[in-house]
Design a protein around this ligand. Structure first.
Ligand code: G6D
Length: 345
């Protein structure tokens, strides 16, 4: 295996560094210290063409703003916190309403904007990329000093295991995820509407017209959200379903059943992946909006060119619904895992 560290940008006197591992079998992974952004996951298609299966920008400078959170670690919290406020132990906290009228993805300067410390630990047929950082008391108006570690164990046999660990010195909210957009066609050849997905989930969390979670569940039976059997992603993505219209596609938290496994395949390249997680929810986001940045396929039309599986606790909805799922107390350790496995059908 070849491990490569490279300064790719100097921004405000901060070094943006990429960390890359490529194995003898062609599997390749690359991550930035900026936001823990995954810029490359390279796997073979049925004809052994090795191509990138994550969405990314053409110009590395686009990752400074990264309006779509490509590949980034999301925190302190994921998704929207309804009305950008919460009450914890009798104290009210007012957050940035960057997802007006809600707070989203940790606020104006969430974990996707941090320059993480990166330790590269070489093992037998694997490399651990150990990302650590701190978040200080009242940073983005959240209480508590946090020590955060996100470890990416990248194994030669096309596997990536993420472990998220957080400790706090006072009761706070923590709900981390990864915001990688996957596209199994390889090098963004085709939109993900050509992919098929299987997801063991009977309920989604209802969103309202502000895309905030209402606190109610909706059974997926006879809806475009039923992926309990393998189903094409594009088939119902623009259907006349109220929740689909509110999200402008898929942008909903799915409550995972006990298997907590998601399967994605591309019938043309025959690339497949499974996601397994300790988390109780996955927000499936079908890239329903585009930002103005150019992708590495030199295109700006990004709509539906990626799909995110934001494994997490349920977003905090109306009337602080689900807040208990994101509370971390001083004597507790937040620890969650999500793994990716890539293979050919
Ligand atoms: C949109 O509503 C979606 C979010 O879920 C997503 O994370 C973001 O775009 C990138 O706001």
């Amino acid at each position: 295996m070849i491990i490569n560290e490279k300064e790719v940008l100097n921004f405000n006197d901060k070094k943006i560094v990429s960390y890359n591992v490529s194995f003898e079998n062609g599997f390749e992974f690359e991550i930035l210290n900026l936001g823990g952004v995954i810029t490359k996951i390279v796997t073979p298609d049925k004809d052994n063409n090795f191509e990138n299966i994550v969405v990314g920008y053409d110009d590395i400078k686009s990752y400074i703003e990264n309006p779509s959170y490509f590949g980034a670690i999301i925190g302190r919290t994921s998704g929207r916190i309804y009305n950008g406020k919460f009450i914890l132990e009798g104290n009210e906290f007012d957050l940035a309403k960057n997802y007006n009228p809600h707070n989203g993805h940790g606020g104006n300067k969430g974990f996707n904007k941090k320059i993480w410390d990166v330790e590269v630990i070489k093992g037998d047929n694997k490399v651990d990329f150990k990302l650590t950082t701190k978040s200080f008391d009242m940073e983005e108006s959240f209480p508590g000093n946090l020590d955060i570690c996100v470890n990416f164990e990248v194994k030669k046999d096309f596997e990536i295991n993420q472990t998220y660990t957080v400790k706090t010195d006072k009761t706070t909210l923590v709900n981390l995820t990864n915001h990688t957009y996957f596209n199994l066609s390889g090098d963004l050849k085709r939109p993900v509407t050509t992919h098929n997905m299987k997801l063991d989930s009977e309920y989604i969390l209802e969103i309202d017209e502000t895309c905030g979670v209402t606190g109610e569940k909706i059974n997926v039976k006879d809806t475009p959200f039923d992926f309990r059997n393998l189903h094409n992603i594009g088939d119902r993505i623009d259907s006349d379903n109220y929740q689909i219209k509110l999200g402008n596609g898929y942008d909903h938290p799915f409550l995972l059943n006990n298997t907590r496994e998601i399967y994605l395949e591309d019938d043309i390249s025959k690339r497949c992946m499974t996601i397994n997680t300790s988390q109780e929810v996955v927000v499936v986001y079908s890239m329903n909006f585009t930002d103005d940045c150019v992708l590495y396929n030199k295109k700006t039309n990004q709509k539906r060119f990626g799909i995110c599986f934001e494994t997490q606790a349920p977003p905090i909805g109306k009337n602080m619904s689900f807040i208990e799922n994101s509370i971390l107390k001083k004597d507790e350790t937040y620890i969650q895992n999500t793994s990716y496995k890539f293979f050919i059908k």
